[in-house]
Design a protein. Structure first.
Length: 157
């Protein structure tokens, strides 16, 4: 399987087996992803390789809180997209799910650090929220923007 960053400068491939997806709600994952959680799976390091752009991969190691390894966030220096996190000597590579092209042969297996979950996020309400195959209808968008005093459709593409 293959994956890439947002701008396409960095690409990688991996082979299974792979773990199911872990959804992490810790404050570090929230800050690093800009989202209420990070969703990642893991593969064996020897089954992962960069296809292009390895020179554009940079990383940030946050301070160790309890025990090594450090909390590492890898990213593309061109677009800022998160990238797989590799540690020298670590037998596994953590891969953000949103980077993978096509269908991922895994399932969401667990939520971790729910004690740090974003206060506005109700895991029980997620399945009940409206679902749209693409952007919401102009009417739904207008209703969503009403608290901001915006009654016109906004373009998010």
């Amino acid at each position: 399987m293959v994956g890439r960053c947002f701008c396409g400068s960095v690409a990688f491939e991996f082979e299974g087996p792979l773990t199911d997806v872990e959804i992490c709600h810790c404050s570090r994952c929230q800050r690093a992803s800009g989202s209420p959680f990070a969703a990642e799976f893991r593969v064996r390091a020897e089954r992962f390789r960069w296809l292009r752009g390895e020179e554009r991969v940079s990383f940030f190691d946050a301070p160790i809180l309890n025990e090594p390894p450090a909390y590492r966030r890898s990213f593309c220096t061109r677009c800022g997209s998160p990238l797989p996190a590799l540690f020298e000597g670590n037998p596994v590579v953590a891969i953000p799910t949103g980077l993978v092209e096509g269908n991922l042969p895994a399932r969401a297996a667990s939520h971790i650090w729910v004690s740090k979950k974003a206060s506005w996020l109700s895991l029980r309400e997620l399945p009940t929220l409206p679902q749209h195959a693409t952007d919401p209808t102009p009417e739904a968008n207008t209703e969503r923007m009403r608290p901001l005093g915006l009654d016109q459709k906004t373009d998010r593409s």
